[in-house]
Design a protein around this ligand. Structure first.
Ligand SMILES: [Zn+2]
Ligand SMILES: [Zn+2]
Length: 314
């Protein structure tokens, strides 16, 4: 996917009783459709044989092409109903979402006008309603066995993983990646939601599957779900310590705290990050602060239109 920060998305093809299912599908540009068709052709499969497009979450690099597949080959779209609603609310008019994100970041002390948008992203999807809304515990029949839906909110509110119980394969979307750390941020419209708390609970949930193979949306499949979940849990513990250190006794905005933290695996300074990466960094900092607030470890007050966090008296 030209222009995508991760470069590509894995689309997984599964045999159904009558045709095929595709898990995630890339965004809607001609080179992605051509790559998908070429990949299918290697297995002697035509685009028209795809009956179901199962989307792990609403982000355009996973969901973008779904609308075209629904319209042109009559595929059925399946996704969690929360992310179907988020897609409708947030993606129908991206200009409003961008504006609200820029306002949200300003309210969090990061008033650069950066809105977290990736160039030309609005052209890379169309909003389409799912034919089947998936919920936790639902089953999607396969030629052999079935896929079990695991609702794993955090990376997005309606993110799902899919467990092939016959082969012990967990299709993890963006919930578990390796070695990338999945983004967990609080964006406009998610005020007062503990995204990080939900993400950590979802990590423990997939850990309990003891899946033999994890098939992520970015990067190569790997074996040890337990090892990766434990690394991600430890990573967020470390980040929380750094956030609390940077907060000090406060009061501080999320933007001020983000600017004091190291970022990426290479420990870049905030100033070294590009505009859209800075917006993601602030969103991640807010998620950490909100997770502390959900546990009464920090308080939040609004002053002159800016949200300020302060350590609670323990
Ligand atoms: Zn994503
Ligand atoms: Zn992704």
């Amino acid at each position: 996917m030209t222009g995508n920060p991760l470069g590509y998305v894995n689309a997984y093809l599964l045999r159904e009783p009558d045709g095929y299912a595709l898990i995630d599908c890339g965004w809607d540009v001609p080179d992605v459709l051509a790559a998908l068709e070429a990949g299918l052709a290697r297995y002697g499969v035509q685009l028209e044989e795809i009956r179901d497009v199962i989307v792990t979450h609403f982000h355009p690099d996973h969901y973008g092409l779904a609308g075209r597949l629904v319209r042109t080959v009559g595929a059925r779209l399946m996704m969690h109903d929360i992310d179907a609603r988020v897609a409708y609310d947030r993606l129908s008019d991206f200009t409003i979402t961008f504006r609200e994100n820029a306002q949200w970041f300003a309210r969090n002390g990061y008033a650069t006008g950066n809105d977290g948008s990736i160039k030309d992203e609005p052209a890379r999807y169309s909003v389409v309603a799912p034919q089947r809304a998936l919920n936790d515990g639902d089953e999607v029949p396969l030629a052999k066995g079935s896929l079990r839906v695991l609702w794993t909110p955090g990376h997005s509110p309606g993110h799902i993983c899919l467990l092939d119980t016959t082969n012990s394969v967990l299709f993890s979307g963006d919930h578990i990646l390796d070695p990338i750390t999945p983004h967990v941020g609080t964006w406009s419209g998610q005020d007062d939601q503990d995204q990080l708390g939900a993400f950590l609970a979802s990590l423990r949930k997939v850990r309990a599957t003891r899946a033999g193979i994890v098939a992520p949306a970015h990067g190569r499949p790997f074996n040890d779900v337990t090892r990766r979940v434990d690394e991600l849990l430890a990573h967020h513990d470390e980040r929380e310590l750094l956030v609390r250190e940077a907060l000090g006794s406060g009061p501080s905005s999320a933007g001020t705290i983000a600017a004091k933290l190291p970022w990426t695996r290479r420990h870049r300074t905030f100033a070294e990050l590009g505009g859209f990466h800075q917006a993601f960094a602030v969103a991640e900092t807010i998620a950490h602060l909100e997770h502390l607030r959900a546990r009464n470890m920090v308080t939040r007050n609004e002053r002159d239109g800016v949200l300020l966090y302060e350590s609670g008296s323990e």
